[in-house]
Design a protein. Structure first.
Length: 341
């Protein structure tokens, strides 16, 4: 069986979630199961029932909604965001339509600070979009302070929490963010379904809402979110210990660097840079050993995202494979450098 360490791209469906969804097969017209699913989602996100949460199959929906509702017919045509997030393609398309997009610089720890956002806001800024956590480095962004600053400046704020939900505590009652999007398949929920939170008074027009609700998907998402929340204190702590085991072993390799401090990182993600090794070559070697990971933010980096289903045996096998790969690839790199002298 392959060792899957790319869980920020997608996770396997939890068997408990599948069984729960299967139990409602043929009952899609019943209202109560759907209502119960929304209750689970509101509770997990600690969201007020005065605010709105809707299902969202396409992550780009929030960008299009904000564009048509707050940019197209207004004098504000400026967006602040960062390069590494799932909405980049949609935002790039808006840029081709004349919207000015500013990609904010990251600090040495790989996050955007609130004062940086403040410095780049102009009277033409329509909204700011910053992920709650990075899917590559695991870096957790200071969403509370950015949201408060945007609120004070009268600028709409959206955060993609895809890589934070089920990994770190989120309280939307205490964080003045206007829009929060997420995908179920990053916390062992079903594929093709996600959600969009909208603060009271900031709702997107219903024309941008999903016309057909994926009832089974929403039911599964609610259950998966509940299970992820319940696992946060125990199973996810075990995941963190496995992540740390992987990190500590690999940092014994010369010229290997962890890219994000543990204090501001999600508990399941690790990004490492290997001097003298290209990330794509590393992924190829890992693939030959049956290990799936992903490219990091730097050319010589690799990102590993564990899940609560990851085992110690898988981590130990990964450590052994990585040690061999780094040694092999650095030998090749040194040979190439000597030959080019």
């Amino acid at each position: 069986m392959p060792i899957y360490l790319d869980n920020n791209t997608a996770t396997t469906l939890d068997l408990q979630v599948k069984a729960f969804m299967d139990s409602f097969e043929g009952r899609e017209n019943e209202y109560q199961p759907l209502r119960d699913a929304y209750e689970r989602i509101y509770a997990t996100l600690n969201a007020s029932h005065e605010d709105t949460i809707i299902p969202m199959a396409q992550e780009s929906m929030v960008v299009w909604g904000l564009y048509f509702q707050h940019i197209l017919h207004s004098k504000k045509n400026h967006i602040l965001t960062i390069k590494e997030q799932s909405l980049t393609k949609s935002i790039d398309f808006l840029q081709s339509k004349g919207v000015k997009v500013t990609y904010l610089p990251l600090n040495a720890q790989g996050v955007v600070e609130a004062h940086t956002v403040y410095d780049f806001i102009t009277p033409q800024t329509a909204f700011v979009s910053i992920p709650w956590a990075s899917g590559k480095s695991g870096a957790i962004f200071p969403i509370d302070s950015i949201a408060a600053m945007c609120q004070a400046k009268g600028v709409l704020f959206h955060s993609d929490a895809t890589h934070a939900v089920g990994k770190i505590p989120i309280s939307l009652k205490d964080t003045p963010v206007d829009y929060v999007s997420f995908r179920a398949n990053t916390f062992h929920g079903p594929q093709g379904v996600g959600g969009l939170y909208m603060r009271q008074g900031k709702e997107l027009d219903r024309v941008f809402w999903e016309s057909n609700v994926n009832v089974a998907g929403v039911i599964g998402m609610g259950k998966a979110m509940e299970l992820a929340f319940d696992a946060m204190d125990f199973e996810l702590e075990d995941t963190k210990e496995l992540r740390d085991r992987l990190e500590e072993a690999l940092l014994t390799l010369p010229h290997t660097l962890s890219l994000t401090p543990q204090t501001i990182r999600t508990p399941h993600t690790l990004a490492l840079a290997f001097e003298g090794v290209h990330g794509e070559a590393m992924l190829w070697d890992l693939g030959q050993a049956g290990i799936v990971a992903s490219m990091g933010e730097k050319p010589n980096s690799v990102s590993f995202a564990l899940s609560r289903l990851t085992t110690q045996e898988e981590i130990d096998d990964t450590i052994e494979a990585l040690q061999k790969a780094v040694k092999r690839l650095r030998t090749i790199s040194q040979g190439d450098n000597n030959g080019n002298r």
